[in-house]
Design a binder for this molecule. Structure first.
Ligand SMILES: Nc1ncnc2c1ncn2[C@@H]1O[C@H](COP(=O)(O)OP(=O)(O)OP(=O)(O)O)[C@@H](O)[C@H]1O
Length: 255
C-alpha cells in the first residue's frame, strides 16, 4: 500500500529510537576547499539509554553532537529526535523544538553571569514564554545538589556547582534527550565523577536519553554503549565496555 503524507516532520514507521541519524554529512568551507567533518554517519540511539561518543581529535564528535542537537544543520542527511525529522523544520521551528525536547550541557557551563542560579535554571522556560513549575524546579535543584544556592551568582560557584546549574538548566524543560559536550572536561576527577553521577542519575530518574561526548575512557565507561568516530565516520562501538577496553580502542584509532 502506498501512503502519502503532507507533513514533513514525521519519520515514517520507525519511532523506536530516541535519536536517529541517517547518512549524515557535514562539510565546512575552508578557503577554496571543503573540510569534511562527517561523512555519511547513520546510527540510532535507544530511548532512555546513555551513549558516549569518542574518537581522536578532529574526528567529528562536536560536529556530530551539534547536528544531532539541532544547533547546526547538516550538508546532507537527516536527524530524527523521536519521530520528528528536525532537519525538515524551519529554523524557528527547530529552535522551538530544541527548547522543548532537547537539553544541552557544554564543557564551559555557559551560564549568564548577571542572573542568579535560579534565574539561569529557569531561562529556557522563560525564553519559550512558559512559566516555571515551582515544584518541578525544586525537585530538580535538590536532585542536582544545589539546595540553598538559588540566589547565588555564577561567580560565587565552584566549577562543579556551575556545571550542576547547567545540568538543571538543561533538564528544566523535561527534554527527551540530553546532549553533553565534554561536561566534565573542565573539572578535576573527583568533581567530574560527581557531576557525571548527577547527570546520569537525573537522566535515569526522569527517563531521559543521554548522549555525551568525552575524551575520557573513565567517563565513557559509565555509558551503556560507546560509539567511536574516526575521520568523520562511525568506526565501531562497544557495549558496556571497561575503561581499559575503551582506551585500547582509542589507541587503535590513533588518538
Ligand atoms: N566551523 C568550522 N569551520 C571549518 N572547519 C571546522 C569547523 N568546525 C569543525 N571543523 C573541522 O571539522 C573537523 C571535525 O571537527 P570537530 O570539532 O567536530 O572534531 P572533534 O572530534 O570534536 O575534535 P576535538 O576532539 O579536537 O574537539 C575538524 O577537521 C575541524 O577542523
Amino acid at each position: 500500500m502506498t501512503t502519502t503524507t503532507t507533513t514533513t516532520t514525521t519519520a515514517g514507521p520507525r519511532v523506536d529510537s530516541a535519536v536517529r541519524l541517517v547518512h549524515l554529512t557535514k562539510s565546512y568551507p575552508n578557503g577554496p576547499e571543503q573540510v569534511v567533518a562527517l561523512q555519511g554517519v547513520s546510527l540510532a540511539v535507544s530511548p532512555g539509554s546513555f551513549t558516549a561518543i569518542m574518537g581522536p581529535s578532529g574526528s567529528g564528535k562536536s560536529t556530530f553532537l551539534n547536528l544531532a542537537a539541532g544547533l547546526d544543520t547538516p550538508s546532507t542527511g537527516q536527524v530524527f529526535i523521536g519521530n520528528t525529522d528536525i532537519t525538515a523544520l524551519s529554523p524557528d521551528a527547530v529552535t522551538r523544538f530544541r527548547r522543548r525536547s532537547i537539553g544541552f550541557v557544554f564543557q564551559s557551563y555557559n551560564l549568564v553571569g548577571h542572573l542568579t542560579v535560579g534565574e539561569n535554571i529557569q531561562l529556557p522556560l522563560l525564553l519559550d514564554g512558559r512559566r516555571p513549575d515551582e515544584r518541578w524546579q525544586q525537585a530538580l535543584i535538590e536532585s542536582v545538589g544545589l539546595t540553598g544556592m538559588t540566589d547565588r551568582l555564577p561567580s560565587e560557584l565552584s566549577g562543579g556547582q556551575a556545571q550542576r546549574v547547567a545540568i538543571a538548566r538543561a533538564l528544566i524543560t523535561r527534554p527527551t534527550v540530553v546532549f553533553a559536550d565534554e561536561p566534565t572536561g573542565a573539572l578535576d576527577r573527583r568533581t567530574g565523577d560527581q557531576v557525571l553521577d548527577v547527570l546520569r542519575s537525573t537522566a535515569q530518574r526522569f527517563a531521559q536519553t543521554l548522549v555525551l561526548v568525552t575524551h575520557d575512557p573513565h567517563v565513557a565507561a559509565a555509558a551503556d554503549e560507546v560509539l567511536f568516530l574516526a575521520d568523520g565516520r562511525l568506526a565501531g562501538r562497544l557495549v558496556a565496555p571497561t575503561s581499559s577496553q575503551i582506551a585500547a580502542r582509542l589507541v587503535e584509532l590513533g588518538r
